[in-house]
Design a protein around this ligand. Structure first.
Ligand code: 5GP
Length: 178
């Protein structure tokens, strides 16, 4: 499981693994956030209305879910169990409170915290994304700083020096028995 502050590059790593590593299945989350430019329903996320998402919570369809930066995010449970039963490694790319839920639900999960090379770099990425209003970007930066303080309870901290290096480490971890 891959977590870490928003803007650190988790989704770039997930996208890379989706394209280059068929042995790792990357979970597709549900969210109430509006699609960003180029994002596709069912590929990047399952885009849901708030009422659809809340129905899924009520029906216990999520492995974990969280309210983050004014939106809901959750991991659909059924496909994760399906992939695990089929013997594949599963990667969840989620924020910290979701990671906590996974930690308390399963001692088989291996939790990786992806850290930015520096806070300055993280600010540059978050503010430079240009997909959010300045207020929203500032809120995300504040959240990211709070998230950075959580790395200590993860199984491993990886600094995002390059996508290839992070992906290589995750592939090694996925090949180890749990
Ligand atoms: P974004 O809106 O930038 O795509 O995602 C915001 C945050 O939500 C990121 O830290 C991302 O990892 C996290 N996230 C994405 N999907 C899930 C999920 O299913 N559960 C949880 N808890 N967080 C998620």
């Amino acid at each position: 499981m891959l977590s870490g502050p928003g803007g650190v590059g988790k989704s770039t790593v997930s996208d890379y693994l989706r394209k280059n590593c068929p042995d790792i299945w990357v979970s597709v989350s549900a969210t109430t956030r509006a699609p960003r430019m180029g994002e596709q329903d069912g590929i990047d996320y399952f885009f849901r209305t708030e009422s659809e998402f809340k129905d899924q919570i009520t029906n216990n369809e999520f492995l974990e879910w969280a309210h983050f930066a004014d939106n809901y995010y959750g991991t659909p449970k059924a496909p994760v169990f399906q992939e695990i039963s089929a013997g594949r490694s599963v990667l969840l790319e989620i924020e910290i409170s979701g990671a906590r839920q996974v930690r308390s639900a399963s001692d088989q999960a291996y939790l990786v915290f992806l850290a930015p090379p520096s806070i300055v770099e993280l600010e540059r990425r978050l503010l430079g994304r240009g997909t959010e209003s300045p207020e929203r970007a500032a809120q995300r930066l504040e959240l990211a700083q709070e998230e950075m303080a959580q790395s200590h309870w993860f199984d491993e901290v990886l600094v995002n020096t390059s996508v290839e290096e992070v992906a290589a480490r995750l592939i090694t971890l996925a090949s180890q028995p749990r």
